[in-house]
Design a protein around this ligand. Structure first.
Ligand code: SAM
Ligand code: SF4
Length: 377
């Protein structure tokens, strides 16, 4: 079982928090699509005809494509790979792109899951993030998608925003619940270098939320969504029973995946590969038939670190037997020494043979991760 990720590197405008690779220059869109088709075909032997269980269009903004373009990409994928009949096919969408016409055409294609970037249901937040839509537009977009017949919808929210009160965040969470979607991804704001928010923070124009308020927002999110029947299956991801994102799970369960398009990553259990994060260089490489990626063969240390990174923040945790089987010796010993204080403090618990974080542990998971990762002196 394997997954496919396609990076659509275009956005109409740039949001103030976002450091995903994107370009606002749409002129090269036909060239990009042509190169993408070539990449999909050129790599068709890489998965050895393994069954594809999930296809994910991410970005950038995949919903700036015409449905006919999404269909063209899918047809190419179906021709080159063995896609399962019941594969999860997700398209990330921005609310302002979701017209009835677009949604109806998408519903008629093999796309069966939408991930809609609502981000917030507060107009002031949306404006400060430089989003292109209002709260009402975000709500209407989700409702329209439901009316069109989409029954597997995820929405994205961001919390921990500058000046965001607990009450304002509660309103957001309540609005998200009221939409009756199947999946919610809620991310704490990260300040990435190179973004407008990062510069504002450095210039003192905005301030990070105090940790205590951030933690209270996280607790409220977890409590309210669990009350509404969602399962908290990864630090930032909540699903109605069984409706996890297959795409996300493929990363955490260490399945092979192929990533197409600029900046997309691929993984085949032994090698990590990343395409160049530049549309210009990606296109030039296809023109001159030169490499557009770099790769790295994973050492045992990399594999241990990867396993810890991908498992620690999920509800399934870090399996003791998997660690013992695959990383016995210095990596396993390192792990056992480093987790000791967190087991004592209760942040980490051994449950059904796996080390899992409690709510506070999840909130401080960056700190715990720093300790358990193996870094050569
Ligand atoms: C590829 S991005 C956006 C997809 C789509 N273009 C959109 O804007 O809705 C996926 C999600 O990552 C989250 N995200 C991006 N940058 C973030 C940041 N700095 N902090 C927290 N969440 C972030 C947002 O919720 C976003 O919807
Ligand atoms: S959040 Fe989405 S729309 Fe905004 S810049 Fe990032 S990828 Fe583009």
């Amino acid at each position: 079982m394997a997954g496919i990720y396609i990076h659509i590197p275009f956005c109409k405008t740039k949001c103030h928090y976002c450091d995903f690779y994107k370009s606002t220059d749409f002129a090269s869109r036909p060239d990009f699509l042509a190169a993408l088709m070539l990449e999909i075909k050129a790599r068709k032997s890489e998965l050895n005809q393994e069954a594809i269980e999930s296809i994910y269009f991410g970005g950038g903004t995949p919903s700036v494509l015409k449905v006919a373009e999404i269909d063209r990409i899918l047809t190419q994928l179906y021709q080159c790979y063995r896609v399962s009949d019941d594969a999860e096919v997700t398209v990330e969408c921005n609310p302002d792109d979701l017209s009835r016409e677009f949604l109806e055409a998408l519903k008629a294609s093999s796309v069966n899951r939408l991930s809609i970037g609502t981000q917030s249901f507060n107009n002031q937040d949306l404006k400060s993030m430089n989003r292109r839509h209002s709260a009402q537009q975000a709500i209407s977009a989700v409702q329209l998608a439901q009316e069109t017949g989409f029954s597997n919808i995820s929405i994205d929210l961001i919390y921990g925003l500058p000046n965001q009160s607990l009450e304002a965040w509660r309103d957001n969470v309540q609005q998200a619940i009221a939409l009756k979607v199947q999946h919610i991804s809620a991310y704490h704001l990260t300040y990435h270098e190179g973004t407008v928010f990062y510069d504002y923070l450095k210039n003192g124009k905005i301030k990070e939320l105090p940790d205590e308020l951030s933690f209270n927002q996280f607790k409220l999110l977890k409590q309210e969504l669990e009350k509404a029947g969602f399962e908290h299956y990864e630090i930032s991801n909540f699903a109605q029973p069984g409706l996890y994102s297959r795409h996300n799970r493929a990363y955490w369960e260490r399945k092979c995946y192929l990533g197409f398009g600029p900046s997309a990553h691929s993984f085949d259990l032994k090698t990590r590969r990343w395409n160049v994060s530049s549309l210009r260089k990606y296109l030039q490489a296809f023109e001159h038939n030169t490499p557009y990626w770099e790769n790295e063969i994973l050492s045992q240390q990399d594999q241990y670190n990867d396993y810890v990174i991908t498992s620690l923040r999920t509800q399934w945790g870090i399996s003791d037997s998997y660690l013992k089987q695959n990383f016995s010796g210095r990596f396993y010993d390192h792990f056992m020494i480093e987790i000791e204080p967190f087991l004592k403090s209760g942040h980490l618990k051994l449950h059904n043979g796996a080390y899992c974080l409690n709510t506070e542990g999840l909130f401080i998971s960056d700190k715990i991760m720093e300790q358990v990762l193996f870094v050569e002196d």
